[in-house]
Design a protein around this ligand. Structure first.
Ligand SMILES: Nc1ncnc2c1ncn2[C@@H]1O[C@H](COP(=O)(O)OP(=O)(O)OP(=O)(O)O)[C@@H](O)[C@H]1O
Length: 320
């Protein structure tokens, strides 16, 4: 179990980045950290790995206390692996050699098998003999992940792990990597801007704002009941509107175009005027004016400007 107890950290005395953070993570659990750029996601990963000397608080992994650079000649705890945004690989040796360097030289056969297994996880088998300097940014990022897994860590800390990888590869890589970590019972903390990392693959989601943890729980629950717009906006466009005098947050898929006669008396419905339609691939995002407020909703086709429509609003949550 990871136990983070009341930690605080700032790069200078005047500027606190993490203010009194406490949370826990079980062995094998996956946590996603989200929040706006500069909110402290990378700083928190560094603190957990042991790259920072904390001003206050403690971090324990099982019975071991995580200590910063002041306590270690080589900072970073052995039982964790951390893949930073600037993955530092060896450019002049091959992909396979980069991974193998972290495996025991005394068991060459096992080391070869393990390297092959990890090359499959990161879908880089055909690049085994390519020199790292000749890889793209996304490919380097994948090699850095494989290298971090070479000596199975107890926890993997990933900073924007798929940031440089195209969508097509990203989805299949995510499925493979997170399934692999679950199979091996390796805990994982991912700092990300990508809602898919949290919604589809994490057991827990933590949201940071203004130096504080403002949400920490099951991703589905946080998605379904965001306590503020900042949180909802991590997942989708979000409507912050007033309905019958109540301030509410609604995702575009919670507002539906209905025919007048279908109006469900249980739901609030109202007239709106279409302003714009934006093609989104499998649906259109429609911008409309309702009661002097701008709303966005999803629809299966585009709608002509100035069309009058009836919208129904799903049961809603009150925001702050
Ligand atoms: N080495 C450093 N020295 C001084 N300030 C730093 C240092 N590293 C980060 N900061 C500052 O600390 C704050 C948190 O940075 P951090 O990199 O943790 O944010 P982040 O949430 O990971 O951002 P992003 O999503 O853009 O990667 C920012 O204001 C940043 O400018």
């Amino acid at each position: 179990m990871l136990k983070v107890v009341s930690i605080s950290f700032g790069y200078s005395k005047r500027k606190v980045v993490l203010d009194n953070f406490s949370f826990q993570l079980k062995v094998g659990e996956h946590l996603c950290i989200m929040g706006e750029s500069g909110c402290g996601k990378s700083t928190l990963l560094k603190a957990i790995y042991g790259l920072l000397d904390l001003k206050k608080g403690t971090i324990f992994w099982k019975e071991n206390q995580v200590l910063g650079p002041k306590a270690h000649l080589v900072p970073g705890m052995d039982f964790f692996k951390y893949v930073a945004q600037d993955f530092d690989l060896m450019p002049y040796i091959s992909v396979a050699e980069n991974i193998k360097k972290f495996l025991s030289r005394f068991y060459p056969e096992e080391s070869e098998l393990r390297t092959q297994e990890l090359l499959e996880v990161i879908e880089m088998t055909s690049f085994a003999n390519t020199k790292v300097k000749n890889l793209s940014g996304g490919q380097k990022q994948r090699v850095a992940i494989a290298r971090a897994l070479a000596k199975e860590p107890q926890m993997l800390l990933l900073d924007e792990p798929f940031g440089q990888i195209d969508n097509f590869k990203k989805n299949s890589l995510r499925r493979k990597l997170f399934a692999y970590l679950k199979e091996k019972n390796i805990a994982c903390i991912v700092a990300t801007h990508d809602k898919n990392d949290a919604l589809s693959f994490a057991d827990k989601l933590m949201v940071i704002r203004n130096k504080r943890i403002i949400a920490n729980g099951a991703p589905k629950e946080i998605y379904n009941a965001p306590s503020e717009k900042y949180i909802a906006a991590l997942f989708d466009d979000v409507n912050e509107i007033t309905l019958k005098g109540t301030h509410v947050l609604l995702y575009p898929n919670q507002i539906k175009l209905i025919k007048n006669k279908d109006a469900n008396t249980d739901l609030f419905s109202a007239q709106a005027t279409v302003l714009n339609s934006y093609f989104k691939g499998s649906y259109w995002l429609i911008e409309a004016n309702f009661d002097g407020q701008i709303v966005f909703f999803n629809h299966f086709s585009d709608l002509e400007k100035h069309t009058e429509v009836t919208l129904s609003f799903e049961p809603y949550k009150t925001s702050h």
